[in-house]
Design a protein around this ligand. Structure first.
Ligand code: PMP
Length: 361
């Protein structure tokens, strides 16, 4: 019998590892491994789901207009340049599927988000990694890595898992320096946590080769519902809409996202708590000899003396029910990525690391 094989590149994809949520034998588990909002979504979002449930026998709206208008209103954007997807993951997938194929290159940073590589390989394209400078996106390295085959350049700003970001001038320099056929994708999954940052929206409006992606999974606390969006020049929106499944979002997803983005006071409070506790967590860990770079997102990347120590701390925290994220797969084996939880959650992390240190002394 002939061997049935998938398309080239597919078997190079390493399965995505989601954040673990159970620990064998531990009841009181605290999950700080997926950068979720510890306070959950706005209560209005939950109510909106309850209100929409009576209509689930009907197909959903295919053009997402009410959701696009709500996003446009809050961010001051053009609704015709917005596309909505099943998480921002789906927007990343649309871009790879539409713009990169066999022989093409998809560039990302050294410690970049896993889905760039996965979506590139799934599209038959070749992922290419550019080095960072001390865990910060390096525009010169990205520009140097471009070739005539580069079609997409992904950077997350702030980046996951490093938490660092680059400024508007650097973003513009990157957009301006790319080869003609390449699109710059600014992944703003964590943009909501940064004061005064538009996620790159102004750059999208000023250039033909820049796309921004955003999500409802982080600040808006809707990771389990899967809603994301992209902002792009109209020709790129048109291309993505041609490959988008017509009913990719349910009315429940759209109703919840509209309610979540309209509840500004919930968003403002969650953001402020995150900023306060992120500083506290970083300072407490630093006092225990665990440094981290200044993070602008809802997690910190804690650095340990060695990969062995990071692994041991991870196991120790797990034994106490605290799940954080090992990031060895991102080329950071000596680090742990820790989501900023609520007050009690952050205290549990610090107490866990302190007791690890005490066990050693
Ligand atoms: N981009 C980055 C940088 C992320 O960290 C994540 C989530 N981990 C995503 C995109 C995808 O998020 P979602 O599909 O939930 O919108």
């Amino acid at each position: 019998m002939a061997q049935i094989t998938p398309q080239p590149g597919i078997m190079e994809i390493a399965l995505y590892e989601g954040g673990q949520s159970h620990v064998e034998g531990v009841n009181d588990v605290l999950k700080l491994s997926s950068n979720e909002n510890p306070y959950g979504p706005s209560p209005d979002a939950k109510q909106a789901i309850a209100d929409a449930i009576g209509q689930i026998h009907r197909y959903p709206n295919t053009d997402h207009l009410p959701l696009r208008e709500a996003i446009a209103e809050v961010h001051g954007l053009d609704p015709d340049r917005i596309i909505c997807g099943v998480g921002s993951d789906e927007i990343i997938q649309f871009l790879c599927q539409a713009y990169a194929g066999p022989g093409d290159e998809v560039l990302h940073t050294e410690h970049g988000f896993a889905m760039y590589r996965i979506s590139a390989l799934a599209a038959g394209a070749t992922p290419v990694e550019a080095p960072e400078r001390e865990r910060v996106t390096d525009v010169d390295a990205l520009l140097a890595a471009c070739t005539e085959r580069t079609r997409l350049v992904f950077i997350a700003n702030p980046n996951n898992p490093t938490g660092t970001m680059i400024g508007g001038n650097e973003l513009a320099r990157l957009a301006d320096g790319l080869p003609e056929q390449a699109i710059l994708v600014l992944d703003g999954a964590y943009a909501e946590f940064v004061d005064g940052y538009d996620g790159g929206a102004a750059l999208v409006e000023a250039r033909e080769n820049v796309v921004m992606t955003r999500t409802f999974s982080k600040l808006y606390g809707l990771g389990g519902l899967r809603v994301g969006w992209g902002y792009a020049p109209k020709p790129i929106i048109d291309v993505m809409n041609r490959i988008r499944m017509p009913f990719n979002l349910s009315e429940l997803q759209m109703a919840a996202a509209i309610a979540a983005i309209r509840d500004r006071s919930w968003a403002v409070r969650c953001k402020a708590e995150n900023a306060r506790l992120r500083v506290w967590l970083a300072e407490e860990l630093a006092a225990l000899g665990v440094p981290s770079d200044t993070s602008l997102a809802n997690f910190i990347l804690a650095r340990f003396a060695s990969a062995a120590e990071a692994e041991a701390v991870d196991a120790h925290l797990k034994s106490r029910g605290v799940i954080v994220r090992r990031v060895a797969g991102y080329g950071l084996p000596h680090c742990l990525r820790i989501t900023v939880g609520d007050d009690a959650g952050c205290r549990r992390v610090v107490e866990g690391v302190r007791s690890f240190r005490e066990c050693l002394s």
